[in-house]
Design a protein around this ligand. Structure first.
Ligand code: 5RP
Length: 220
């Protein structure tokens, strides 16, 4: 049964607005999640002509291919014109928490490669301050020692390993200053990626509110 809740409509309108940004000849990063699931049919319907896409998850890759959107490995492209992805939370400053779907490592690599990173969301995603949890991807090598260093605030998530072999976990402690927490997590050699995305990585935010889309420019 299709989900036709208000949130689903908001995801769809935000995704459809973002799909309009894609033009023939562009290299495009495709995010992961239920909001991106609306982006892909919107892109396919536009029949834009030749675009080159990379996907941040197997689910996105499969859906894109089923709609006739070409997806290639992210190995030779040095940069992307645009990446479009959902988020779990976004603050007024543009800090994101991503990784509810455990794709945050690839999502961050794709966002970092993009000239323009556009975040699409329903109206439940904007928050005054990040609440968490913050998704983590940990290297399997030395996992017990990594968990011991990170402490009791980190819990393993009962999901399969990532496509890159990483162990998915969540940081459930205080967030406080997201930049300080991001730096702390990045300082640990066992942390492959965390789901805090800084405003400098985000170009624009499209939030669906009812049938309307509220657009704002962020850091980059
Ligand atoms: C996946 C993500 C998603 O973009 C995030 O969880 C939002 O998902 P949805 O669009 O289903 O609300 O970061 O790792």
């Amino acid at each position: 049964m299709p989900d036709v809740t208000g949130a689903d409509t908001e995801k769809r309108v935000a995704a459809e607005a973002a799909a309009e940004l894609v033009e023939a000849g562009m290299t495009v990063g495709l995010g992961t999640g239920s909001t991106v699931a609306h982006l892909l049919p919107a892109l396919a319907r536009r029949g834009i002509g030749e675009i080159r896409c990379v996907a941040t998850s197997v689910a996105t890759e499969d859906q894109a291919r089923s709609l006739g959107i070409p997806v290639e490995e992210f190995s030779t492209l040095r940069r992307l014109d645009i990446a479009i992805d959902g988020t779990d939370e976004v603050t007024p400053e543009g800090w994101l928490i991503k990784g509810g779907g455990a794709a945050h490592l690839r999502e961050k690599i794709v966002a970092a490669a993009a000239e323009r990173f556009v975040v699409i969301a329903d109206s439940s995603k904007p928050v005054e301050a990040l609440r968490g949890p913050v998704p983590l991807e940990l290297f399997a090598f030395g996992i017990a020692s990594t968990l011991a260093r990170l402490g009791d605030d980190v819990e393993l998530r009962a999901v399969p390993a990532s496509p890159d072999g990483g162990v998915i976990a969540d940081y459930r402690g205080e967030i406080g200053d997201p930049a300080a927490l991001a730096a702390r997590l990045e300082a640990d050699p066992g942390v492959a990626a965390h789901g805090l995305f800084p405003p400098s990585m985000v170009s624009e935010l499209f939030v669906g509110r009812g049938e309307a889309v509220e657009r704002s420019s962020i850091g980059a």
